[in-house]
Ligand binder design. Structure first.
Ligand code: BDR
Ligand code: CA
Length: 313
């Protein structure tokens, strides 16, 4: 099977780290670059975290590009809940054996797309600042994007406010630019990621793999679970594997339940700023601009994650 050429934009991030393990370990992707967004932690920290994870999983040949320091119009508000002070608390990680490229995420994406004869997929699992900046700076390269598969938003729920999910809430103006760009989008929001759960018995299986990546994956999941067990009791001890969903959909969309919907982003609402407004029942009769995932075969998803991590050092 041909590998899927992909650029991954992320803000590691515990579940971003697991997403990188899935992408690399699956062997299904030709990862042309990893570009870094600032999210719950600063650009400096998320960049270091990406370099550490790529070193751990033996992917030091993948070019890494630093990205925007802050959202397009707003201040970056870092927080230490969920992912900890480093953005990747929990496991012990190697010192990076690689360095970031001298050129920025936007320039990196532009040169990869310009040089490619075939369109390239973008997987995005952080705030969409880099992708929006790229789309504004290089509209002529839009046709070189096969699709953007992103983790963000929600049809019926939020996690930063009642209706806004973190990645969209952090930079809603960027998200609005991306959803309005006319590029095919897959949206894996909280509706589906809160069904992509790992429980303690699953975490134990990752640890029992015996390789370094399995140990680190289990440690990341353990740390992530602390927040979920305290703050998302409705998930019955499960921790949501948000970011790996954006990669899993590219590997096998058949394990997801999706609907084509028109999606826009609220940038001003007093109560709803940063919410994805998903026209699930097509009340507006607008052309759908996104494939919105809202359910997943959890066992098949876990198998994917398990097999990928098993294949890593
Ligand atoms: C998203 O926010 C971050 O905490 C996660 O890495 C994920 O991308 C979930 O709302
Ligand atoms: Ca993330």
């Amino acid at each position: 099977m041909d590998k899927i050429p992909v650029i991954i934009d992320c803000d590691p991030g515990l579940d971003d780290a697991l997403m990188l393990m899935l992408a690399h370990g699956s062997g299904r992707f030709d990862i042309r670059a990893v570009t870094i967004s600032a999210g719950k932690q600063t650009q400096a920290k998320t960049l270091q975290n990406a370099l550490k994870i790529l070193t751990l999983i033996g992917a030091t040949d993948i070019p890494v590009h630093h990205g925007a320091e802050k959202p397009l119009l707003r201040d970056l508000v870092v927080s230490n809940d969920v992912h900890g002070e480093s953005g990747l608390d929990g496991p012990s990680l190697p010192i990076p054996e690689m360095q970031a490229q001298p050129v920025s995420a936007v320039e990196g994406i532009a040169s990869i797309l310009s040089a490619s004869e075939t369109p390239i997929t973008i997987a995005a699992t952080g705030p969409l600042t880099n992708i929006a900046t790229f789309l504004l700076a290089y509209p002529q390269l839009k046709s070189k994007i096969e699709r953007i598969s992103l983790m963000g938003g929600g049809i019926f729920r939020g996690n930063m406010t009642p209706l806004a999910e973190f990645n969209i809430y952090t930079d809603p103006e960027a998200a609005a630019i991306v959803f309005r760009a006319g590029v095919p989008i897959t949206m894996c929001g909280l509706d589906v990621t809160h069904k992509a759960l790992v429980f303690q018995k699953d975490i134990d299986l990752f640890r029992a793999l015996g390789n370094q990546a399995g140990q680190v994956a289990a440690d990341l999941m353990d740390f992530f679970s602390i927040f979920y067990r305290e703050n998302r009791v409705e998930l019955n001890g499960g921790a949501a594997m948000h970011d790996p969903c954006a990669i899993a959909w590219l590997m096998n969309p058949g394990i997801f339940t999706t609907k084509s919907c028109y999606v826009d982003v609220e940038t001003k609402g007093e109560l709803t700023s940063g919410a994805t407004v998903v026209d699930f029942y097509n009340t507006l009769h607008k052309e759908p601009n996104a494939t919105v995932a809202y359910d997943i075969d959890r066992d098949a998803f876990l198998d994917m994650l398990f097999n990928a991590i098993k294949a890593l050092p």
